[in-house]
Ligand binder design. Sequence first.
Ligand code: WQD
Length: 345
Amino acid sequence: MAILVTGGAGYIGSHTCVELLNAGYDIVVVDNLSNSSAESLLRVTELTGKEFAFYPISLNNRPDMEGIFRNHRIEAVIHLAGLKAVGESVSVPLRYYHNNISGSIVLCEIMQEYGVKKIVFSSSATVYGTSEHVPITENAPLGATNAYGRTKLMIEEIMRDLHVSDSTWSIALLRYFNPIGAHESGRLGEDPNGIPNNLMPYITQVAVGGLKELQVYGDDYATTDGTGVRDYIHVVDLAQGHLKALEKVMETTGVEAYNLGTGRGYSVLEMVQTFERVTGRSVPYKIASRRPGDIGVCYSDPTKAERELGWIAHKGIDEMCLDSWRWQTSNPRGYVVENEMLANI
Ligand code: WQD
């Protein structure tokens, strides 16, 4: 029996595959590589010493997806595949709705057809919209403010309806806060296309000299230093949360949402100061205007995951910054491998 990991070549996916393999699971990976590299999967094997089946296909490719369920005994699914850039989702919403929602519907239809009714879904704290009541609990009001967040919210609702129609489904909805950091080996990490949207990959590219300075989006929020506060969680802690959620869906039925965060918030300037302290590198920055759509403060109450999954985040922001820096310095061009770099000379 195997665990199907959709989006397994991505930032969260590759780290989750390492934890699954190290825990003794057999896995099958599906990823269309639209925002990831197959190199990450070679490194998953390098780090775990384990081989696994990989299919470079899209979830919307129904014949190929059915082939996977025909050729492998899939026991459960960890569903991470999806487009995830908030800004991009505003300019090309139909691409996000087709890829994220239609892809999820095809996946669930095939799961139903093959009697596979256990799934862990990669949701996001963006489903809480502009909730400024912190710490945020799972029963906080939901309301996304962009197409990306709405795809996550709609998929959560689709899965809830699926369970209403058939109570033998077992579904965990994992609401990620802000994943950062990298595997301690420096062999896996976040490899954004082009100029990073997110804070930590931007910081590491400034620190390595790839970008001139960090734009700090606003210093007039109601926070200690005026800059935005977020709940940063180490990607390895996040990956381990998927294992705990998988164990839960394997032994129960029902639908439950869980916040995966640390329960602590740090401001942008606190992250810059921490990064500079632990790496010894300077991160020049300039205060800029607020980024449209940003909220001032967002951090989780993760006690439901601790209570019901037996999961808690262990790694602090020092380790998150150090591991991010190790990934950046060991992979200045992300997953572009040497022979590709040589070919570009
Ligand atoms: C963090 C803080 C910015 C960049 C996003 C998605 C969310 C999730 C995680 C998928 C904010 C500030 C950032 C920069 C800055 N992704 N910042 N300068 O916006 O909290 O969440 O990523 O699920 O869906 O919305 O993360 O890293 O972009 O921003 O000042 O160059 O850093 O204003 O306060 P965010 P982020």
